[in-house]
Design a protein around this ligand. Structure first.
Ligand SMILES: C[S@@+](CC[C@H](N)C(=O)[O-])C[C@H]1O[C@@H](n2cnc3c(N)ncnc32)[C@H](O)[C@@H]1O
Length: 281
């Protein structure tokens, strides 16, 4: 039986041309061996590799360009392990930053120990709901998505992680308006890609199209700004992940639809404008 380190080195050599990264190989080997973290592959490098057949089949998927999270059906979001498949977007680091920025700013607007009602619009895998419940256990969380298939995945993730949250199906604010809900906070990482040419081939091939593109027919931002008064009881904080090229578009939309509001565009760790916080009084 080969040693783990030999399998790792060989996979690196074979995967190089297809752009498979060392991290993806570590994630895959750790998953097949049942190690909790990818780094464990190096701690166990001299152990025998007992999972060769399964590894060969899964490694072939990596070579074809499938993201490792879809291969192993698992993604990590902050401290939570989530089930993922091609019905949902793989949660990204920028979205972890959105949650971090929201927790940093929340006390400027609310006492987060209160029972605040928070909606995650376009919840996908339910990543944001799972993270928020850990950070703010008192909040009443509701997630929604236009895709019923995505909601099946979100349901699994909130159940598996013991997160109490309601899930609604529908476009933008429509399900909240139908349920006559009043919201204190809206958080959303909606489809925001304008330029399809900038999208990586593996994203185009494997991730759900309805999660990606901002179009005239589907702008969650515009829908929310148009209808926000219908779900606002007192004040309303909105926290969005945005495309790096959307600042002017969103500034115009806010001016068109919102009243009595403050806003702040926030940069991500790479220095790109990637978040928008809007507070309506
Ligand atoms: C970029 S993904 C974000 C998924 C997840 N919140 C995350 O951060 O990983 C956008 C999600 O919004 C959903 N979506 C697209 N248009 C929508 C709309 N008009 N109303 C509600 N959800 C929508 C998609 O199905 C997809 O699950």
């Amino acid at each position: 039986m080969p040693k783990i380190y030999d399998v790792y080195l060989n996979a690196m050599k074979v995967g190089k041309e297809s752009g498979v990264t060392s991290q993806e190989i570590r994630v895959l080997i750790a998953h097949e061996m049942g190690y909790p973290e990818p780094i464990d592959v190096l701690y166990h490098k001299d152990d025998e590799f007992t999972q060769n057949q399964k590894f060969e089949a899964d490694f072939a998927k990596l070579l074809q360009g499938m993201p490792v999270e879809y291969v192993i059906h698992e993604a990590t979001f902050l401290h939570t392990k989530l089930y993922v498949d091609q019905r949902v977007l793989i949660p990204r680091m920028e979205t972890e930053e959105l949650v971090a920025n929201l927790s940093e700013r929340i006390t400027d607007y609310y006492d987060p120990r209160n029972y605040l009602v928070c909606a995650d619009i376009g919840t996908g895998s339910g990543a944001i709901l799972c993270a928020l419940k850990t950070l703010f256990p008192n909040w009443l969380l509701v997630g929604s998505d236009v895709s019923s298939q995505a909601l099946e995945v979100a349901k699994k993730n909130i159940t598996d992680n013991g997160v109490r949250a309601n899930l609604l199906q529908g476009k933008s604010l429509e399900p909240y308006i139908a349920a006559k809900m009043n919201l204190d906070i809206i958080v959303s990482n909606p489809p925001y890609i304008l330029n399809r040419d900038e999208v990586q081939e593996s994203v185009k091939r494997y991730e759900p199209e309805e999660a990606l593109y901002l179009t005239e027919e589907n702008s969650v931002y515009e829908d929310i700004f148009k209808d926000y008064k219908k779900v606002k009881k007192g004040t309303l904080l909105m926290a969005f992940e945005i495309g790096y090229d959307l600042e002017a578009y969103l500034t115009d939309l806010m001016a068109k639809y919102l009243e009595d509001y403050d806003f702040e565009f926030v940069k991500d760790l790479n220095g790109l404008t990637r978040f928008l916080f809007v507070f309506c009084r």
